[in-house]
Design a protein around this ligand. Structure first.
Ligand code: 4AD
Length: 481
């Protein structure tokens, strides 16, 4: 008896005696056809039951959601829609499901409803496809870096420095919230806390990754990051996974090349290895779009969009050029943007980023050389431009339908410039003594970036809400499961 997965059986050529399979019932039609899924593929295997040979009471227990074990013969299918099916010889119900209360009925459910049932939503085609793609993309990330000589570094989740400036942080403490130890001035005495200082959940592994890049050369982190921003949008999570490569002796141009090559590589990987799931999600999206007015439909299908990114160069545009485009564009002149771009120095909002990628360039865009005062302290300062304006060697990669996917920079490697910047921003040197040490001992040009993994999964699956591409989303007022 060979125990196989549905994926293995469906790719089987020719009949097979004595197959054994376990999975969950999707539907049971006409007391004869069981559609069985085990998560190995988007497709179900049809199991055909000759009901006269089975106990009626047993067949009654074959309901949507039940876990069953089927043994039988794999034969060429008589019906349409599948090439093979199982002629069932023996059937065992491993776990019953109550058809009255089982939330995942064989009908269309809204994503909101499925979010409330996130523990069972991967029993639907859409979510099983999304999560298989997520898994595949994760593998492709490690594969890319491994094949390109990077070391995988585990940066700490709990951090004692809050100087990154990437966002609000979640405090980590073991003090009694109702009765914390106090200092003489009435503020909390963190010296008595678990770590003897204030600690938080990390917002990025970058600063620690820099330390390893400056010894191991090429490193990357891929782990959870936490931001306590109250951003209730379809693109923000309070807990998300970030991929952060960091490379010694690499400048901003090299950083752009790396990011572009990396993204093309992982997207090619899923085009090659997740065809069925992508085709399913592509069809789903096309059906959704048919409901929209013509003008709102996109001119490319999901797979075409992914291929487009893989096959075309990203457009590289300086912040200064982007501001010129935005200042003179129709929505700005007609005051259609919520934030009107008037002057160089303005921070770009997502409406501007989307205009640039979706309307103007119609492809992924790498924006670089941003004004120094809207970016983080650690970014490499450029020489002032002809008009005396200060920029830093930063880059953001913007994607159609998503907006910002990547944020990165060449890092400031000059001790004096870095210290000056920290002073201006009131960042305590004592807190980042180890970070400054990198500039004291063998400093060198180095660069890296951070890619929000869920945003990549959104792009690759065509899902419109970031809550639907992570198993259990953490967002303001929500940490169920
Ligand atoms: O641009 P960010 O804040 O960059 C950093 O944290 C740098 N330290 C990275 C580095 O250079 N190593 O974040 C990087 C990316 C963003 O481009 C976005 O894709 C994602 O992380 N991101 C989020 N994704 C989901 N939810 C949020 N709240 C996110 N905030 C950032």
């Amino acid at each position: 008896m060979t125990s196989k997965t549905v994926a293995e059986l469906l790719s089987q050529e020719g009949a097979l005696q004595d197959v054994s399979i376990k999975g969950w019932v999707r539907t049971f039609r006409a007391n004869r056809f069981i559609a069985l899924n085990d998560g190995s593929t988007i497709n179900n295997i049809q199991c055909v039951v000759d009901f006269e040979n089975f106990d009626e009471a047993l067949l009654k227990r074959v309901t949507t959601g039940a876990a069953i074990h089927v043994t039988g013969e794999l034969v060429e299918s008589q019906g349409k829609g599948q090439s093979v099916e199982i002629a069932v010889k023996a059937l065992e119900v491993l776990g019953d499901s109550d058809p009255e209360t089982y939330p995942i009925q064989p009908k269309k459910h809204s994503f909101e409803f499925l979010r409330e049932n996130a523990h069972l939503r991967t029993r639907t085609n859409t979510f099983s496809a999304v999560m298989r793609l997520r898994s595949s993309l994760s593998f492709a990330v490690h594969k890319y870096f491994n094949e390109n000589g990077f070391n995988y570094m585990h940066t700490p989740i709990i951090t004692g420095s809050d100087a990154e400036g990437a966002g609000e942080m979640f405090k980590v403490t073991s003090l009694d919230a109702k009765n914390p130890p106090l200092k003489e001035d009435g503020t909390v005495n963190y010296k008595e806390d678990f770590f003897g200082k204030e600690t938080n959940l990390t917002v990025s592994g970058q600063l620690e990754a820099e330390t390893y890049a400056m010894s191991l050369g090429k490193v990357y982190t891929f782990g959870p990051t936490f931001r306590a921003e109250n951003s209730n949008t379809t693109r923000h999570l309070a807990e998300f996974w970030m991929i952060e490569p960091e490379v010694a002796f690499m400048d901003l141009a090299g950083n752009m090349d790396l990011a572009e090559d990396f993204m093309k590589s992982v997207l090619s990987y899923v085009l090659e290895n997740n065809k069925e799931d992508l085709e399913f999600l592509d069809n789903r999206l096309q059906k959704e779009e048919e409901k929209l007015p013509q003008a709102q439909r996109s001119d490319m299908s999901l797979i075409e969009k992914i291929k487009f990114v893989v096959d075309n160069n990203f457009k590289r545009v300086s912040y200064t050029e982007a501001i010129d485009i935005l200042r003179n564009c129709k929505p700005n002149k007609k005051k259609k943007f919520n934030y009107i771009i008037e002057e160089w120095g303005a921070d770009l909002q997502s409406e501007h980023e989307r205009f640039l990628v979706e309307k103007h360039f119609k492809c992924p865009v790498i924006l670089f050389d941003y004004p120094a005062n809207i970016k983080a302290f650690y970014m490499r300062l450029n020489e002032p431009d002809a008009e005396g304006r200060e920029t830093v060697r930063a880059m953001d990669i913007l994607f159609p339908g998503i907006g910002e996917m990547v944020g990165g920079s060449q890092r400031e490697e000059r001790l004096d410039v870095l210290k000056e910047k920290m002073k201006a921003l009131d960042i305590d040197e004592k807190e980042l003594w180890w970070y400054l040490d990198l500039r004291k001992y063998g400093t060198a040009v180095h660069s890296g970036f951070g890619l929000g993994f869920e945003r990549l999964v959104m792009f690759a699956t065509g899902m419109g809400n970031i809550r639907d591409v992570i198993p259990y989303p953490r967002t303001p007022q929500n940490a169920e499961f």
